[in-house]
Each structure stands twice: as C-alpha cells, then as structure tokens.
Design a protein around this ligand. Structure first.
Ligand SMILES: *Cc1c(COP(=O)(O)O)cnc(C)c1O
Length: 374
C-alpha cells in the first residue's frame, strides 16, 4: 500500500464528481442518470466514487466485468449493478448471489442466460446500432421480436446501445443510431431504454431516452470535441520533487540525451514516470499540450509558475526545466502539479497523442490517494 512517503499523489474531489453527475442528470427531463464506474471508476476508485454518487442519489452503476461487480457489491449493498460484458457462464452463480445484472450482448448469451436464470433475475440487453462491437444485430433483434423459440420468454428490464461518434456532434451516424435504437427498443415495450454516454448526453433530448449512462464526464474529462469542457475538474496529480540540480549549457538531460540544454539550467527531478501512467509519449510524441502551455510535451506547475518537461519520461522519474522559477518558490516546493485546475487530463492526453480516458485508466498503483469531501 502506498503511504505518505509515496512519490506521487492523487487528490480526487468527490464533491466535484457529484456536481458533475447532477449537472448531467439535469440535462434530461427525467433526470435519471446512472454512473459508469468500470476500470476502477476510470482509475479514480470505483468504490469511493460510487459511495459518493450513491449518497447523492445515484442508484444504478455500470461496470465492465463480474469481478468489478463483486467489488462494488461489497461496498454498496443496495446499488443496482450492471455488467457490460454480459453473462459469463464461468461465473454464473455470482450473478445471483451478488445480484449482478448482465448486459447481454448476443443470441448465444441470451440462450446461456435462459438456461440459467430464474424468473426473478433481471437482465439487460445491448443492441448494436452502428458500432459493431457488442450487441445484437438488427436481424438478431427481429428474431427476438417475433417471439421465436427458444427466445420467447426473454424479458430484459433495460435495453441499451452505444454511440460510435457522439464526441463529434455533427456526425450523421449519431441520428442514424438514435433512429435505429428507437426502432429496436420499441420491440421491447416493457423495458427501459438507455443510449447516451457522456458525449451522447450533449446531443440533446433525442438521445436521452429513459436513462443517461455517463462515464468520462463524471470524472471531469472532455466528452465532446471542439467545445469548451463544461465539467468540473476532479483530479489533482502531483509528483514529489526529489532533487534539484544545476546543469551547464551544452549538457543534456535523460535517456537518449534528448533534453539539450541551451543555457545553464536548473532541473527538478520528480519521482513519477511512465510506470505511474505518465506515458512516455507525454515527452512530446503527441501534439503539444493545448490550453495552458504551448511546447510539445507536458508541463507542470510549481505554485503559479510553470515548468516544462525536459528530456524523456522514464519509468519512475521525470525532469522539468525550473530555471525560470524564483529560487525562493523552488526552495519551498516539495511537489510539482501535473494535472490541476489549469492543466487538464485532456491536456496531458493531447501531449501523449491519446485521450483523457487512457490517461485516467493508466494511473498506477503507487500513488497516495486522497479523497476530498468523502
Ligand atoms: C464506457 C461506456 C459508457 C460510458 O462512456 P463515456 O464516454 O465514458 O461516457 C457507456 N456505455 C457503454 C456501453 C460503455 O462501454
């Protein structure tokens, strides 16, 4: 277990997550908003996040796997827990004993479920509307709708589908998926219906159906491209400054001697690296960090001063050019902030050529985790 001596620290603001959940819920007239907490709550702690949301009134949670469902059930007795990956025969008994609701994704999954489940056990159904990932195809769905044996008594309580391009509001596939979903879902008049992930919520009421299903926006991440992110930042990520060193013009920093010094420099050596989810590509292989800094590669902040990364990210260490930071501010600083209210998780992602989802779910196990407003 990481302790207070950890070289990395995550501060997760549960009140901000709750505020984001409420904001999303309020976009729909029915205000019925579940929470997607798969992959350990996008890296931020499924149990802690779900507790906070449950206390705020959220009752329905989605995870990816049975194991994640079991962990969440331990923490919250009364929650409704859906398993995106469907019904896994190897864990059949667990669905009943832990009251986990499979989101069934195929005809064979329905057959498995029907051979196992008793009448009181609930299930959900995923229909594909254009993603070609999980879910019944249109022709599969019509088999069900015709009540053909062996599917005659199949009676899901929830129908879902998933957007492929909701992050791009102008994409014509969005409306096609809404129409395909309306049609497929109308064949199950007794089931509730859910289509919108975070980005889908911003498409508007036509995408809201009976339940919203956000993940990334709860955690403050950017859901929709090209618009200002309206969600509250949730995460502060800090690395401990473990050494300050002086280096001469003409010398270099780090592996590959990539960080060439064009002046006598002061370097802060920080104790987190790619093993902590600060991808090596944040050295600047992607596009420059967007909103706050203009150089390629990530940058940190020491107090209000900015410090660009210099050299390559290594496994346990990163190095920052702190030459321009006043020596008093530097002497007082124990930590550098790499994600905060100014540097978003999506800024870091852009530097690495990836998306905020991947940065969050890559955060390693070595951090001290501090939950604010628990
Ligand atoms: C992950 C996931 C979500 C949540 O998506 P976000 O883009 O994070 O809001 C919703 N539905 C399904 C099926 C998912 O796999």
């Amino acid at each position: 277990m990481p302790t207070h001596s950890a070289n990395g620290r995550l501060t997760i603001d549960l009140e901000a997550i709750v505020a984001n959940w409420k904001k999303l819920a309020n976009k729909a007239s029915h205000k019925n908003c579940a929470a997607v907490v798969k992959a350990n709550g996008y890296g931020l702690g499924a149990v802690e996040v779900s507790h906070a949301l449950f206390n705020a009134g959220c009752r329905e949670f989605f995870v990816a796997t049975v194991e994640e469902g079991v962990e969440l059930r331990k923490a919250i007795k009364e929650a409704t827990i859906y398993i995106f990956s469907g019904f896994n025969r190897k864990a059949a008994k667990t669905y009943k004993s832990k009251q986990l609701i499979p989101v069934i994704n195929s005809l064979s999954g329905i057959a498995d479920w029907q051979s196992y489940a008793t009448a009181s056990m609930k299930c959900a159904l995923h229909v594909d509307t254009g993603m070609n990932r999980l879910g019944l195809s249109e022709s599969d769905v019509s088999l069900l709708a015709d009540d053909q044996e062996p599917y005659g008594k199949f009676n899901p309580s929830l129908i879902i589908s998933h957007f492929a391009c909701a992050d791009d509001p102008g994409n014509p596939l969005n409306n096609q998926q809404i129409e395909a979903f309306s049609h497929a879902a109308s064949l199950f008049p007794n089931a509730r219906k859910s289509l919108a992930n975070s980005a889908g919520i911003f498409i508007g009421k036509s995408a809201h159906f009976d339940m919203l299903r956000p993940g990334i926006a709860l955690y403050g991440g950017e859901a929709v491209n090209t618009v200002n992110n309206p969600m509250k930042p949730v995460l502060k990520l800090e690395g401990r400054i473990i050494q300050i060193r002086q280096a001469k013009k003409g010398e270099s920093v780090g592996y590959g001697a990539c960080g060439k010094l064009e002046r006598d420099s002061v370097i802060a050596v920080v104790g987190i690296g790619y093993a902590d989810g600060l991808h090596r590509s944040t050295s600047g292989a992607g596009t420059p960090s967007r909103t706050y800094f203009s150089q390629p590669g990530i940058a940190g902040m020491i107090g209000k001063h900015k410090a660009p990364l210099i050299g390559r990210v290594s496994m346990d260490l990163t190095t920052y050019d702190v030459t321009d930071i006043p020596s008093k501010a530097l002497a007082d600083a124990d930590w550098i902030e790499l994600i905060n209210n100014h540097i978003t998780v999506d800024d870091v992602a852009a530097s690495a050529g990836t998306i905020g989802y991947e940065i969050l779910t890559s955060l390693g196990k070595r951090y001290e985790r501090i939950y604010k407003n628990r």
